[in-house]
Write a protein that binds this ligand. Structure first.
Ligand code: PRX
Length: 560
């Protein structure tokens, strides 16, 4: 691509409607200056810098600065509690922590600096804390050696030159959201990750010079570094980065951004599309969304009903919807459409991208035929596959490479159709075995979602004395005035017709919202716990809507 330092790299939008445009030249300058500051504060290649920040430009600058000098960054999602933060820092032992006074989300101000201060004395490795003045609140205290981000930049003596590093050397650590066990610090390489990100953005987004591209993920989850920070800027793109929640103060905010900036390509999660469908067609009327040519997605199964709704109502039947599949461990989404070349089949995750090969295996490790389900494994390495688990090489080998002798095990259940498209059906641990029948939760959810009045569905297995396990379905409704008994009957009918009598949910719960992570995943584990124990255990600060838990508990009580 032609080099134009004055091109806008990032258009940052705050939740309270501020805008900051950063050109490639400005970005390079600040990154190199910040990198020099890190170096002058003793950060060397291989040292860890923790980044506990929300979606603000300083977080992006910190990430790039680490790359520039070969420091390993550990990105820690800003929604995490003091305990979750401590657990991660105890593992990575950062020399420097970068945070902000307060993060802003849904109109709420969260004192990140205070959260950090409540645990930092337990992490002896920390030499210095750098604080971004996001709101300028007087409610934080700068301790002895703490420094504001702007002062840190001013104190740096100049610009750091980039340090050449070998492509496989570690670039960063990101923890996979632990469901049952301790979170794993997934290590990705630095340069390998960049090569991979470039590759995935090329195929799954087809990013061009004139695109205005928006990845709605948060810097604390891997989707954002891959598809925006690293991948999109490697393509010389112009990207939008948004600080807040997409439907705050209302969904108009989201549509307004697309119209105002003439966004051409969007990368998001299926949950957003379901949310748009739930808000309905009425909301779209006042906006011109005709600039939008592509929506790529990752993170969860995309149900067929939502696919069609978006195609028609958002895309005016003139849009590509590209459902991709990947994991924190694989870095990018390695199954996808090649935009503009291989078409989509609504609900499938497309084909493996160049450079990837896989098989689907049965429990004994034999390949299954097309149309049969099994566990998805990758048979060859690629630049973006996780290099290790931080401080625990054994766990890396045992967890990922020992289940199927040397292959990388995804722990996802999948099926290939007659067009070689891959359908990811859910985690192998979310497969329910009912009276000898293996049921995939995704397949059941997909059927339930075909009912127009239903906006979200989650199926889990609950213990049953006779059958061992029976499916229980949780649903949310677009319109709460429908007749509950009628809806329940329709769910039973649709499961009966599409899968079979044995799969009819034993229990159906209508709730007002699903517990979801910021990255848009329904936390089925929490639903399972509420149902079996009446309460939940463990840290839920990764949730986008922690208040949903109390609501669901009450709704379940009242439904009995
Ligand atoms: O179960 C799969 C599901 O999400 C898991 C990976 O989550 P995470 O590590 O947070 O992903 C970060 C993405 C860079 C997978 O093991 N998943 C992801 N995409 C899809 C999916 N399930 C079905 N269809 C998808 N498109």
């Amino acid at each position: 691509a032609e080099k134009n330092p004055e091109k806008t790299a990032i258009i940052w939008l705050s939740e309270d409607n501020k805008e900051r445009k950063i050109t490639y030249a400005e970005l390079k300058d600040e990154v190199a200056r910040f990198a020099m500051g890190l170096r002058e504060n003793g950060v060397k290649k291989g040292d860890v810098v923790a980044i506990y920040m929300s979606n603000i430009p300083e977080a992006f600058i910190a990430v790039y600065a680490c790359y520039r000098i070969g420091a390993i960054y550990n990105i820690i999602f800003s929604g995490f509690s003091a305990n979750a933060l401590l657990e991660r820092m105890e593992d990575t032992k950062p020399k420097i922590v970068i945070t902000e006074d307060q993060s802003v989300r849904r109109g709420k101000y969260i004192n990140l600096k205070n959260t950090l201060d409540s645990v930092r004395s337990k992490v002896k490795s920390i030499n210095r804390v750098i604080v971004v003045k996001r709101t300028g609140t007087p409610d934080i205290k700068m301790l002895d050696n703490d420094i504001y981000f702007d002062d840190f930049l001013k104190q740096a003596s100049g610009l750091a030159e980039p340090l050449p590093i070998e492509a496989n050397e570690p670039g960063f650590v990101i923890y996979t959201s632990g469901t049952t066990s301790k979170p794993k610090g997934i290590i990705h390489s630095g340069i390998g990750f960049m090569v991979g990100s470039y590759h995935y953005v090329k195929y799954s987004v087809n990013l061009k010079e004139n695109d205005i591209y928006w990845c709605t993920a948060d810097v604390g989850w891997l989707t954002f570094p891959i598809y925006e920070l690293v991948g999109a800027l490697a393509h010389n793109g112009t990207v939008i980065a948004y600080e807040g929640a997409l439907d705050y103060p209302s969904i108009d905010h989201f549509y307004g951004i697309i119209e105002k900036y003439k966004v051409t390509k969007l990368f998001t999660a299926p949950t957003l599309l379901r949310m748009l469908a739930r808000y309905g067609r009425e909301k779209i009327k006042n906006y011109d969304l005709s600039s939008l040519k592509l929506i790529s997605l990752v993170g969860e199964p995309l149900d067929v009903k939502t696919w069609h709704w978006v195609y028609k109502n958002i895309g005016n039947e003139n849009i590509e919807i590209n459902n991709t599949y990947g994991q924190t461990e694989t870095g990018g989404a390695w199954t996808s459409s090649i935009v503009g070349i291989t078409g989509a089949r609504p609900g499938s995750c497309g084909l493996p991208l160049p450079g990837h090969s896989y098989v689907i295996l049965d429990n004994r490790g034999n390949p299954v035929k097309a149309g049969t389900r099994g566990t998805l494994v990758l048979t060859q390495p690629f630049p973006m596959l996780a290099r290790d688990v931080w401080n625990n090489h054994e766990r890396y080998i045992n967890n990922y490479f020992s289940v199927f002798n040397g292959y990388y095990c995804t722990y996802d259940e999948a099926m290939e159709d007659e067009y070689n498209h891959i359908w990811v059906l859910g985690r192998t641990d979310d497969v329910i075995n009912v009276a000898g029948h293996r049921l995939s939760t995704m397949e059941m959810e997909n059927s339930i979602m075909s009912i127009p009045e239903i906006s979200d569905a989650a199926v889990i297995g609950i213990d049953d004395e006779i059958k061992g396990l029976i499916p229980a379905a949780f649903i949310t409704l677009n319109n709460r005035t429908v007749d509950y008994n009628e809806i329940k009957n329709r769910i039973k009918n649709v499961i009966n017709d599409s899968i079979g009598k044995f799969a009819i949910p034993g229990k159906i719960y209508i709730i007002s919202e699903m517990p979801k992570t910021r990255s848009g995943k329904i936390m089925r584990r929490l639903l399972r716990e509420i149902l079996s124990k009446g309460d939940i255990s463990g840290d839920i600060t990764g949730l986008e809507n922690p208040e949903s838990i109390e609501k669901i508990k009450n709704e379940l009580k009242n439904s009995n």
